[in-house]
Design a protein around this ligand. Structure first.
Ligand code: 13P
Ligand code: SF4
Length: 322
């Protein structure tokens, strides 16, 4: 990487990475950019990845829905998923003949951990004939037991696409309740929660409004319903980013994971971001160092039992066809 390229990259992130920190990233960024070319690899990064990953080495960025959609058309032979394990599994389901790498096998998700395939089978026994809509934040084994997947960006459309009076929606209780408030379809929920978003409260929002007059509050639909009601807008990480782009609020707060504000702030120097965020430890376990090792050592390769992959892929593809 030439000095000019490094300077151009730093220019992108200088509002969110202090000059003193930048030199610690440069060597890994340079190595990753070279490895991507040598190995015909691309990096898909979720909106919660840190700015040095999101803005300096990623090829495709977005919310879970965008990453799933773009994984389908990925041209490279190797996909490195800078995000959590269920996202890497989704990329593998959609690219069975490509190598999909997750830089840290410990990058889990409290929602994915809240439910097993056996739990879904028991729900089906309890509510026969009711279709199962599964949030993508689940294992491939759970997806395989489902009729269709959804993300926070399309949950209402997916639920309504089935043309039935009631659905089972797993595993995020709050997403299910937030969707239920927007549709006439009855929703049977599970008790899973996101450990990051469940910590926000309506009192947080009231305090923020008092401390930062005029602040516009955007909340992810994994937040509890009383938080979403108190907010000015609720949507997926991509929908929040689009809202800032479209409305350009002078002052905004994103009730979501910490890196999201950094990544959106880079493109909006005129917007003031108030930042009472919560950190997702799973997302933060992905670093430039382990992305580099993933590409150098071809690890950790995502493999899915073919008996699970077939039905899980059908549930994801059915969602993508909507
Ligand atoms: P999005 O699909 O909105 O990006 O959300 C994914 C996620 O894990 C949120 O916690
Ligand atoms: Fe899972 Fe919550 Fe982390 Fe998203 S933010 S990956 S839902 S634990």
């Amino acid at each position: 990487m030439t000095g000019a390229t490094a300077a151009a990259l730093y220019e992108r992130v200088r509002r969110v990475i202090p000059p003193v920190e930048w030199p610690t990233f440069v060597e890994d960024i340079e190595a990753i950019l070279a490895l991507k070319r040598e190995r015909n690899a691309i990096i898909l990064a979720h909106n919660y990845q840190t700015p040095e990953i999101f803005h300096c080495v990623a090829d495709i960025v977005g919310d879970s829905l965008a990453l799933a959609r773009k994984a389908v058309t990925a041209e490279a032979q190797i996909i490195v998923l800078a995000g959590v394990y269920f996202m890497a599994e989704t990329a593998k389901l959609l690219n069975p003949n490509k190598t999909v790498l997750i830089p840290d096998l410990g990058a889990g998700c409290s929602l994915a951990d809240s439910i097993t395939a056996q739990d879904v089978r028991l729900m089906r026994q309890r509510y026969p004939e009711i279709p199962v809509v599964t949030y993508v934040n689940t294992s491939a084994a759970v997806k395989a037991e489902s009729d269709i997947c959804c993300t926070s960006g399309n949950a209402k459309a997916v639920v309504e696409s089935l043309g039935v009076p009631r659905v089972i929606m797993l595993p995020d209780e709050y997403l299910a309740k937030n969707v239920s408030a927007e549709t006439n379809v009855g929703i049977i929920a599970w008790k899973g929660h996101c450990e990051v978003h469940e910590r926000f409260t309506p009192a947080d929002i009231r305090e923020l409004r008092a401390a930062h007059p005029g602040v516009v509050v955007l909340a992810h639909p994994e937040c509890p319903p009383d938080v979403v009601i108190e907010a000015d807008f609720s949507g997926s990480t991509a929908a929040m980013s689009d809202y800032v782009e479209r409305e350009k609020p002078p002052r905004v707060v994103l009730m979501t994971e910490c890196s999201m504000s950094d990544n959106v702030a880079v493109a909006h120097p005129d917007v003031e971001f108030v930042r009472p965020c919560n950190l997702c430890p799973h997302m933060k376990s992905i670093t430039l160092a382990n992305i580099r090792s993933a590409l150098e050592e071809n690890r950790h390769e995502v493999r899915i039992d073919p008996r699970i992959a077939g039905p899980a892929r059908r549930a994801v593809e059915r969602m993508l066809s909507i």
